[in-house]
Design a protein around this ligand. Structure first.
Ligand code: GDP
Ligand code: GDP
Length: 471
């Protein structure tokens, strides 16, 4: 689970400028996803050997009618509830303002680690230090003079931020060690890996015993809490808090067909504190956080009020995070019994959410309980597909079949050749393909291979393909 670092501060202090600078350290994306990549306010980045998600809370400014202070307060609240470390940005040229004080009060009460960035200090002169010193008055501890625009001081500040992150768990350390060993082994063995076939990596836990984590995401009011309650009513609740896993009361556990399922209701995240009014974008941060630790995301939308842009954004995050996805069209009781109507809705939705075309769609009524069990059934099914391991011999048979029926295209000076395919990871299933021209594989061909993999192994979850050069 990647820790969240929120960038907070009143408008115009330089939050976006800092955010854009930090985003340069982002972890490479597999592909661009429409609806997410454009106009985005969070990135996964790497600093000091730690992966973290940075969020520009300035990007989540609610409606115009709110007063400036109210906006700032809400952003701060959001950050306080969801984040591991907060970067509080101030404008050192403007000096300490009442709005800064206001935000600082919230942050102090939160008890979360904060670093203060005294921004717009573009030179390293003595007076810079003097400007920054003023912000010690906020009583938040460390103050870092920075220039977000020129990058001055940002590295030093980020070292401290990383130092304040929750330490890696023993499991995470172990997983890292394994990943490193695997990388080294792969480098040594090179192409032989494909021929030898079998994957050495053993699953950390027996799959059957591992609980399935399901995040219930969606805009406010689509029926998330109603759905969770319906599911819990139907399947006896085992425990509302599971010791050892998390103490978060928004997690509920149930058993379904002898499998342990943990539901995270992101509506609960928002409701823990009373917030003056509903902020649409809250669901994005809550969803991000919940998805970080889930296998499956259940995305609810309101059949009576489709908001394609917002829904697509959440679906895009699920795809980008590589989570299995169930799309739920809720409140169907208010629409119609007509099957044809459902098919039309489904086709429109499939078109709007093309980039997650693999995700199953269910029409439910959380209120009446219609089809709610289907959601659970799909979530469990997808969780298994999410951790599926394809046998290597079968993969290579598939590859030869692909080559025969659909030869690789000619790229540049010569034909593209594909040699072997092996599964190198799960959750999501990740396949490595050895080729003579890894950087020249056309998107069409990638899509074709992905679709063949889906068909052959019946995988309705996101897949990742890696192309590697034959040594
Ligand atoms: P936000 O509203 O907090 O996201 O602030 P922006 O990132 O949009 O920045 C507000 C203004 O401050 C812009 O005109 C930036 O160019 C400027 N700015 C941001 N960082 C710096 C900096 O380090 N030095 C200077 N001189 N200006 C900056
Ligand atoms: P959340 O904000 O996503 O958790 O949404 P809630 O579960 O609080 O539901 C918002 C409103 O929609 C409530 O008034 C629910 O009773 C209503 N609602 C939820 N699911 C359904 C449904 O399937 N059909 C109908 N007609 N109303 C629903």
């Amino acid at each position: 689970m990647k820790p969240l670092v929120a960038i907070v501060g009143r408008p115009n202090v330089g939050k976006s400028t800092l955010f854009n600078r930090l985003a340069r350290r982002r972890i490479a994306l597999v592909e661009d996803i429409p609806g997410v990549t454009r106009d985005r306010h969070y990135w996964d980045v790497e600093y000091e050997d730690r992966e973290l998600t940075i969020i520009d809370t300035g990007g989540f400014v609610p409606g115009e009618k709110d007063s400036l202070l109210q906006q700032v307060r809400e952003q701060a609240q959001l950050a306080v509830e969801e984040c591991d470390v907060i970067v509080f940005v101030t404008d050192a040229r403007a000096g300490l303002t009442a709005a800064d004080q206001e935000v600082a009060t919230y942050l102090r009460q939160s008890g979360k680690p904060v670093v203060v960035a005294a921004n717009k200090l573009d030179s390293e002169s003595q007076s810079v230090q003097a400007h920054a010193a003023e912000f010690f008055k906020l009583g938040l501890g460390d103050v870092f003079p920075i220039s977000a625009e020129h990058g001055l001081g940002v590295g030093t500040m980020m070292e401290t931020v990383v130092g304040k992150l929750p330490p890696l768990t023993p499991e995470e350390l172990e997983a890292r060690k394994k990943a490193r060993e695997r990388e080294e082994a792969e480098e040594e063995w090179g192409a032989q890996e494909g021929e030898e076939g079998e994957e050495q990596e053993a699953p950390a836990e027996p799959e059957e015993e591992r609980p399935i984590r399901v995040a219930i995401i969606g805009r406010p009011n689509v029926g998330k809490s109603t759905l969770v309650n319906a599911l819990l009513k139907e399947k006896r609740v085992v425990a509302s808090e599971i010791p050892g896993t998390t103490r978060d009361p928004i997690d509920s556990e149930l058993t379904y067909k002898k499998r342990q399922v943990i539901l995270t209701d992101t509506a609960g995240i928002r409701r823990k504190k009373t917030i003056a009014h509903r902020v649409e974008q809250f669901s994005v941060v809550a969803a991000l956080k919940a998805m970080e630790r889930s296998d499956v995301a259940v995305l609810l939308m309101d059949a009576t009020e489709p908001a394609v842009d917002q829904d697509a954004k959440l679906a895009g995050i699920a795809e980008e995070k590589g989570r299995a996805l169930v799309i739920v069209v809720n409140k169907w009781d208010l629409i119609s019994e007509d099957k044809r109507k459902q098919e039309i809705f489904r086709e429109d939705l499939k078109h709007a959410l093309k980039f997650v075309g693999y995700a199953p769609i269910v029409f439910t009524s959380a209120l009446t309980g219609s089809k709610v069990e289907k959601v659970l059934e799909l979530a469990v099914e997808l969780a298994d597909q999410f951790r599926y391991r394809a046998p290597t011999p079968q993969l290579n048979r598939l590859l030869s079949h692909i080559e025969e029926s659909h030869p690789a295209p000619i790229v540049g000076r010569g034909p593209l050749r594909v040699y072997y395919m092996a599964q190198v990871g799960t959750a999501p299933p990740t396949f490595a393909i050895t080729t003579n021209r890894p950087d020249a594989v056309p998107d069409m061909y990638k899509r074709y291979i992905t679709n063949q993999l889906r068909k052959t192994f019946d995988l309705r979850v996101p897949l990742r393909l890696l192309f590697r050069e034959r040594p």
